[in-house]
Design a protein around this ligand. Structure first.
Ligand code: NAD
Length: 342
């Protein structure tokens, strides 16, 4: 049986622990200390209970899965695991330290993955003595329901490592999509580009943001418009990703300073209340100056760039947007639809 070590039992680590335990793997979960590891295990068990309550998981399977998750004290307790997945906060220095320790602890035959949303797998590999066995496995939140996993090879990642990572994602019941390393990978790059352009198009004029969101949903394959989506993701998280993408690709990710003042004011979207979608009585009525058309044109342009750069195949880009962002069809296949949006 596969033993999987998970480092970091927060939002993503707990979800991945749950998924692995339900898939029949033995899970050893560690965090910054033993208490937090126990909290991470509790979080994983709570995910199982919620899914049982919703009728998505059998109670007996949840019990069996709970018995397969052990909270351990630290990375030292992961020696002997077959696979280690790191899910500590998105901070390069912290992740580099953690990967150096994982690398010293587990044998060179162990597959090591990082669940980074956008940091360089190559840079993390450089913090270790065996970068060939490190791979990016970008799960989507919540990992218990989202099927997509972006599989990212760093410059030194071995072909065998990628093959093992793909097999692991499949064993976890996920659909892996292979992505060449680039800031934002596929899904975040397409979505954040489209969102930033939509925010730019809506800046400086009274725009009914609810109407703009509706026009996006009615006019193309996306399940949610850019304003509601920003509020759902959390504007602090979105702004951090977007500013990294501006640094990497320049002004096509600029948002006409839409997010910064909201983040500074602590209006982060659903988790705090307040955000991009205003209270009902604050929204100007009527005006939707082509935001939906801008949104889909930007998504299509970014998807074409990704394909042109060879980051992923056109079919995989569309599959990633379908499974990772809930688009009915991907931007490349749906490209002609954008012409129908007014
Ligand atoms: N939340 C999301 O929607 C999402 C989606 C995809 C990827 N990610 C990525 O997953 C990673 C984790 O994100 P998250 O949202 O789960 O964060 P989180 O803050 O919920 O969890 C991080 C966990 O790591 C623990 N931790 C901190 N330092 C540690 C250390 N030195 N050793 C062991 N554990 C340590 C924390 O105590 C915490 O439990 C990040 O790289 C993030 O970018 C997040």
């Amino acid at each position: 049986m596969t033993t999987i070590g998970i480092v970091g039992g927060g939002t993503m680590g707990a979800e991945i622990a749950h998924v692995a335990a339900v898939a029949g793997m033995d899970v050893r979960l560690c965090d910054a200390d033993a208490d937090r590891a126990r909290q991470g295990r509790d979080r994983a068990l709570a995910i199982a209970s919620r899914r049982v309550a919703k009728g998505r998981l059998d109670a007996a399977d949840a019990d069996a899965a709970a018995g397969r998750i052990t909270a351990v004290t630290g990375i030292a307790d992961l020696a002997g695991a077959d696979v280690v997945i790191e899910a500590v906060p998105e901070d390069l220095a912290l992740k580099a330290r953690v990967h150096a320790e994982i690398d010293r602890t587990v044998g060179p035959e162990v597959l090591v993955a990082t669940n980074t949303s956008g940091l360089s797998v190559t840079a993390l590999g450089n913090a270790t003595a065996t970068p060939s066995r490190l791979v990016g496995l970008h799960f989507f939140n919540p990992a218990s329901t989202m099927r997509l996993v972006e599989v990212i090879a760093g410059a030194a990642t071995a072909e065998e490592t990628i093959a093992r990572a793909i097999a692991l994602a499949e064993a976890l019941g996920k659909t892996p999509v292979r992505v060449r390393e680039c800031p934002g990978f596929v899904v975040n790059r397409v979505l954040v580009r489209a969102m930033a352009e939509a925010y730019r198009a809506a800046a400086g004029a009274p725009v009914d943001r609810r109407a703009a969101d509706r026009a996006v949903v009615e006019g193309g394959p996306a399940p949610m418009g850019p304003f509601a989506l920003g509020d759902l993701v959390g504007l602090d998280v979105l702004e951090s990703i977007r500013s990294d993408l501006v640094a990497a690709y320049g002004d096509r990710f600029a948002d006409a300073d839409t997010l910064t003042p909201l983040v500074a004011a602590g209006r982060l979207g659903r988790k705090t209340g307040g955000g991009l979608v205003p209270d009902r009585d604050e929204d100007p009525t009527g005006a939707e100056p082509g935001v939906a058309a801008v949104y889909y044109a930007a998504a299509l342009d970014e998807a074409r760039r990704l394909a042109g750069e060879g980051v992923a195949s056109p079919a995989d880009i569309d599959l990633a947007m379908h499974l990772g962002a809930g688009w009915e069809s991907g931007p490349l296949a749906a490209g002609s639809l954008s012409a129908n949006v007014t």
